[in-house]
Write a protein that binds this ligand. Sequence first.
Ligand code: NDP
Ligand code: MG
Length: 392
Amino acid sequence: DRPRRVAVLGSTGSIGTSTLDVVRHLPERLELAGLAAHSKWEQLAEQCREFRPRFAVLCDREAFQRADRKSFPAGTELLCGEDGVHRIATDPDTDVVVSAVVGAAGLAGTWAALESGKTVALANKETLVVAGPLVTELAARRGAKLLPVDSEHSAIFQALTGHAAADVDRVVLTASGGPFRGKRACDLETVTREQALRHPTWQMGPKITIDSATLMNKALEVIEARWLFGLTAEQIDVIVHPESIVHSFVEFRDGSVLAQLSPPDMRLPIQLALLHPDRVPGPTKRLDWKALAALRFEQPDRDTFEALELGFEVVRRGGTCGAVLNAANEAAVGRFLNGELAFLDIARCCRAVLSSHDYETRPTLERLLALDRWARQEVARWTRPRTPVAPT
Ligand code: NDP
Ligand code: MG
């Protein structure tokens, strides 16, 4: 058996570097065929010197021009932009494509990989939030596997294996609760960028870290679960579990509940998606049962973390809602990180843009991309409506 050949879209990010670490530990099983980054060419070149992939891509044209060709090994061809991503996502020599770009920018590469029938290890949940029905239909039509990397969805996928869909009552996604668990809206008026970027259990890129603080990440994951597992809004629930050891639950119709447990380390779900269905010892530490004093579970505070409800709303309404919510959130998080929007206004602004958009039930991909651009412009103009709230 030759090693599986892997292309990583977003290799310089948090999921990207964790993926490279999995490959580093399993050289007999995995080999890198292509790496793509946005603009961090020095880091990309270093990765190429270690792993010697056939292709490397810089999506950003300026970075491509600036990059020092001599810092890339001779055997690696440096490509540029969307064409480069398309090339490595569809290369006949590649078996698995890891979709680990952040945001809707990850859709094109994921789409190309599925279209050419590749197995996709999906970290980029935004792809399914934006275009769930079109993406899952494409995968089915091309016989391409879509394997979850997101820890909650990996847990559900593992718990579902070997069971009939008809036997599943519902799934319960666990949420760490983020850095502001237990806080009320009045405590969160003046949250700073630095406070929101301090996640208690996971080390991740800045966008998903803010999403975890608002609980928008869980909202996006509710939508992701809907499309990965074909569930209704009523079949999905969320529970806060601060230790991030139980990664989700599946409840069957006989009342039995299956969960997946492991330390909070993304390398495990990544490895599972890359080697599916094989399980081998990898770089992740095992659970230390002696240190496991207690696992806590509590209900999410839906009033303070308004973003959560938006996920369920999008699952119920479908159509254009996912694309609009995702784009509004990306733009709002960008503005928050720039100090232009208050923390609590991220969810408020997303709700406003979502409810004012031109809804359609069965949009085309072009329509979704147009709405993505529209929603970003709306967020750029958004200022908080002056509604004095009477103290209750
Ligand atoms: P990071 O911000 O750490 O990394 C993002 C990666 O995408 C980088 O390689 C970056 O390149 C590249 N990139 C950014 N913008 C573009 C663009 N416009 N075109 C092409 N490439 C681009 O993100 P994460 O690794 O944290 O997250 C990646 C995805 O995985 C997200 O969808 C997230 O929701 C999901 N995910 C992440 C988890 C985690 O633990 N981090 C857990 C579960 C899901 P460069 O470095 O050159 O800018
Ligand atoms: Mg997750």
